[in-house]
Write a protein that binds this ligand. Structure first.
Ligand code: NAD
Length: 471
């Protein structure tokens, strides 16, 4: 049993004022593996006050000093990547290769922020005005459970780059990962108060951050419903917000696509992070003329995808993070059947060979209509919907007929045509033919997938406010 009974405030690990103990699970065995003592509103206010004190000096650090700090943070996280990987497998259930990628990603966020900062000009002349890009103040960072280290580090990297300070509230379900990340960040030796990390419930610590008058901005990654609550709570004090929310991303298969390449692209994008990914490509738009051929190819490929023990090297899909998440995914599979969609693979219940953990069968429905619940709601599990379409115009129309706009994917033989389709999709990012991700490109969504962008210059400027001085 791991007991995590401290939070991190003003450069030190301290016992929180909050006393609630929260159980931590291994989702592969559905057993309790630890407990975290949660902070409360008092801890949150103490952390905000520490960040406010630290801001006075930290906001005046030079670009070169901040680049040096970002390098130190990257090195400190890098020194703990093995521990982070192990915690991600144990507490989140990510398959081994994914868990290792997640740890490396966390290191990369600091290196990329340092690179962005190197070429960024904080002072510009606009006519007679000298315009300076000013740090915002104390920022609240609220993160979900599906990539704990990555979200903490990615948001903190931009706070440090901008010269602001912060209070971080990670998901209460990821406390073992958070503990290792916090120890690593502490070892980097930043000035006390620049970052504070308070474990706690969303409706307690998160709500306090979202409403407190000394918080200038909230950067949040999580569900659209929580994003709305944060936006409402922040309105009173005009908080700046970056909201990275849910998605229901389309994957358009054009009729000239090579299925040998498209099928792995579809399953990779759909089942990434065990399907618990905001960017998962979950609506697969397939031309009617090639539907039967595509279904046969998916059926063959999915038979080779193993959902099971995350510690086995050939596992592609690990367990769902919690009983609640397992129930939710099962509920959507049942809903798909009830709505009349055709089950092509998977279905309700656990995969063969798994027992107690929160495992789900990789599931694909076909003959799905875009107005069915399984095509509209973010399921956040390995459940995909094949939606047939007539021609490119209809594919684009269906792709854009969603409340979300985070990500999209296009597979096709003719790159010019694929790009023309990509240009008409309303989404923050579009990936054509499994192109590698450009990490410094802006990341974020249109419509109810959120507000604002993260990463690179766009991400940095989300933490800066222009100030013009004339005369
Ligand atoms: P969630 O919204 O339930 O929780 C996210 C965080 O918000 C947690 O730390 C939680 O404690 C906190 N929270 C809950 N209620 C709050 C409140 N009233 N005020 C302030 N904070 C509160 O989301 P989750 O279940 O942890 O994560 C899954 C969701 O996150 C999915 O919808 C997914 O699409 C989304 N997500 C989005 C991105 C993105 O970059 N767009 C990335 C990953 C996950």
């Amino acid at each position: 049993m791991k007991i995590i009974d401290q939070v991190y405030i003003d450069g030190a690990f301290v016992t929180p004022h909050g006393t609630e103990l929260f159980d931590l699970y291994n989702p592969a065995t559905a057993t309790v593996i630890g407990q975290v003592r949660l902070g409360d509103e008092t801890d949150t206010r103490t952390a905000i006050a520490a960040a406010k004190r630290a801001f006075a000096d930290f906001s005046r650090t030079s670009k070169e000093e901040r680049i040096a700090l970002l390098d130190r943070l990257a090195d400190a996280i890098e020194a703990r990547t093995a521990d982070i990987t192990e915690a991600v497998i144990e507490e989140y259930g990510a398959p081994m290769s994914r868990a290792a990628w997640m740890a490396d990603y966390a290191v990369g966020t600091f290196r990329l922020a340092a690179k962005t900062l190197e070429s960024y000009e904080f002072i510009r002349q606009i006519g007679t005005a000298r315009v300076t890009m000013e740090p915002l103040g104390v920022v609240g960072l609220i993160t979900p459970w599906n990539s704990d280290a990555g979200f903490i580090c990615g948001k903190l990297a931009m706070v440090v780059a901008s010269g602001s300070t912060c209070v971080i509230k990670p998901s209460e379900m990821s406390a073992i990962q958070t503990q290792i990340v916090t120890e690593a960040l502490h070892a980097a030796g930043l000035p006390a108060g620049v970052f504070n990390i308070v474990n706690g419930r969303g409706e307690v610590v998160g709500a306090e951050i979202s409403a407190h008058r000394d918080i200038a901005k909230v950067s949040f990654t999580g569900s659209t419903a929580t994003g709305r609550a944060i936006l409402r709570a922040g309105a009173e004090t005009m908080k700046r917000v970056t909201l990275e929310l849910g998605g229901k991303s389309p994957m358009i298969i054009l009729d000239d696509a090579d299925f040998a390449a498209a099928v792995p692209f579809v399953l990779g994008a759909g089942f990434m992070n065990s399907g618990q990914a905001c960017v998962a490509g979950t609506r697969i738009l397939v031309p009617e003329s090639r539907l039967a051929e595509f279904e046969a190819a998916i059926r063959t490929a999915i038979a080779r995808i193993k959902s099971g023990n995350p510690r086995e090297a050939d596992t592609a899909i690990g367990p769902m993070v919690s009983q609640r998440q397992w129930d939710r995914v099962q509920g959507y599979i049942a809903k798909g059947l009830a709505e009349g969609a055709t089950l092509l693979a998977g279905g309700e219940g656990r995969p063969d060979g798994t027992a107690d953990g929160w495992f789900v069968k990789p599931t694909v429905f076909t003959n799905v209509r875009n107005d069915m619940v399984i095509a509209r709601d973010e399921i956040f599990g390995p459940v995909l919907s094949i939606i047939p379409y007539r021609d490119d115009e209809q594919a684009i129309e269906i792709a854009n007929d969603t409340d979300y706009g985070l990500h999209a994917y296009v597979a096709g033989g003719d790159e010019t045509r694929a790009r023309a389709v990509a240009d008409r999709i309303v989404a923050g990012r579009v990936i054509i033919n499994a192109a590698p991700m450009e990490m410094n490109a802006p990341f974020g969504g249109f419509k109810q997938s959120g507000i604002g962008r993260e990463n690179g210059v766009f991400g940095l400027e989300a933490y800066l406010e222009p100030k013009a001085v004339m005369g």
